[in-house]
Design a protein around this ligand. Structure first.
Ligand SMILES: NC(=O)c1ccc[n+]([C@@H]2O[C@H](COP(=O)([O-])OP(=O)(O)OC[C@H]3O[C@@H](n4cnc5c(N)ncnc54)[C@H](O)[C@@H]3O)[C@@H](O)[C@H]2O)c1
Length: 384
């Protein structure tokens, strides 16, 4: 099957592209490389030194004999997008190619507008390009569990059946996103659902939890295939960030009360979930939603786990509570369903001591690359 991975130079996209290529899929990567540009603009760097996309792909071909086609450009450029799709002729498109940081989207008006135009218009362009040339192609789109917010009832997978004034209907699950980034994902979901309804496209929205980990079988084959590991306060996700803080003796920074509960998954499960989605495509006209995560933890739970793993490695780990720069409930009910992917055969890699060990060892190995100036949050949700 021909699979185009949009955003294939990024954290999830790179691991997915290599995994699918290794499994015999014919893979293309489309990426504008804008994430590398945003890193430069913010003055941040991934902890792990990543090679250029060209070097990465060459190394992959040398090691495995497998070719990955590369299309460098922006999906907001419709001509480029259409031309690339026509050249590659995808049967499935996996769309990771968005601005994905909530703090980035909350820096100021410019970054909010950039996030929403980049994400919403890029995705809308893709829907039109599929409608016009590849109406049968399966779109697998990365959404986020953050679209739902933290409602005081169980979170279903995309839809909820409601009884109201004696009548019953199954409706999109209510969305209460927590940043302009998360809002862009909600807008994407609505646009995709509408396109499936009116044009008969087939799509799967993967509402993904927070991803952690750096190693997959493929990215671990050679130093030149290494994946990115973000630790800064803009792009670093909670667990990756805590491990890096522990490695350099910086207190773990828990925002507010730390009772914020979120969903998580190992990068090795991200790539498997994508494969499960593309190998059992949505039907024509169907907008399918899967909640893509394996476990739920509060931020306090995570900090404690990292502290325990750090102490076992001889590190001195302290946990600090700092003012929460975000506006969010810090103690709340949270229970989300995730049975769709498990029913398709996902066998989760749960967060284990050995995974924490491996993350901490990465952090120790590359600690000379850590810039302490980027650890504490500088973006505040309120206008301070
Ligand atoms: N990392 C997580 O924990 C996480 C959690 C939930 C959802 N997601 C979603 O998964 C996707 C991938 O996340 P990631 O962590 O790999 O992000 P990332 O920033 O590492 O990768 C995104 C890639 O998309 C590319 N890109 C962005 N805009 C583009 C455009 N207009 N045209 C072409 N390429 C473009 C970037 O250059 C980058 O290489 C995102 O959509 C994100 O919202 C990620």
């Amino acid at each position: 099957m021909k699979v185009l991975v949009i955003g294939g130079d990024g954290y999830c996209g790179w691991a997915t592209a290599l995994y699918l290529s290794n499994r015999g899929y014919d893979v293309g990567i489309l990426d504008s490389l804008v994430r590398r540009h945003w890193d430069l603009e913010l003055g941040v760097e991934t902890l792990t030194p990543i090679s250029s996309i060209h070097q990465r792909i060459q190394k992959w071909q040398k090691l495995t004999g497998k070719q990955i086609d590369l299309f460098v450009g922006d999906i907001n450029n419709y001509d480029f997008l259409q031309k690339s799709l026509r050249e590659f002729q995808p049967e499935a498109v996996v769309h990771f190619g968005e601005q994905r940081s909530a703090p980035f989207s909350m820096i100021d008006r410019e970054h909010a507008v950039l996030t929403q135009t980049n994400n919403v218009i890029g995705n809308l362009n893709l829907l039109y390009a599929l409608r016009d040339d590849f109406p049968d192609c399966h779109l697998v789109k990365l959404g986020t569990m953050g679209e739902y917010g933290t409602p005081n009832i169980d979170i279903e997978e995309g839809y909820i059946t409601i009884e109201h004034n004696g009548r019953t209907d199954t409706l999109p699950y209510p969305k209460q996103p927590g940043s302009f980034y998360h809002l862009s994902k909600v807008h994407d979901s609505h646009n995709i659902q509408f396109a499936c309804k009116v044009w008969g496209l087939r799509a799967t929205d993967l509402n993904q939890g927070v991803v952690y980990g750096v190693l997959t079988e493929e990215t671990g084959m050679d130093e030149m295939l290494i994946n990115r590991l973000d630790y800064d306060a803009i792009y670093g996700t909670a667990l990756n960030r805590f491990c890096i803080q522990a490695a350099i003796g910086h207190p773990l920074t828990v925002y507010g009360k730390g009772g914020q509960t979120r969903t998580f998954l190992d990068i090795r499960d991200t790539i498997r979930c994508v494969e499960l989605a593309i190998s059992t495509p949505a039907k024509s006209g169907e907008f399918r939603v899967f909640n893509q995560f394996t476990e739920m933890f509060s931020i306090n739970d995570l900090a404690l786990k990292v502290k325990q793993a750090g102490i076992a490695l001889g590190l001195d780990v302290e946990i600090n509570t700092i003012d929460n720069p975000r506006v969010e409930a810090e103690e709340h009910y949270f229970n989300a369903k995730n049975t769709n992917l498990l029913n398709l055969g996902l066998q989760p890699h749960f967060l284990s001591d050995s995974l924490l060990d491996s993350l901490l060892n990465f952090a120790i190995k590359y600690q000379h690359r850590i810039d302490r100036a980027h650890i504490l949050p500088k973006v505040n949700w309120k206008r301070l």
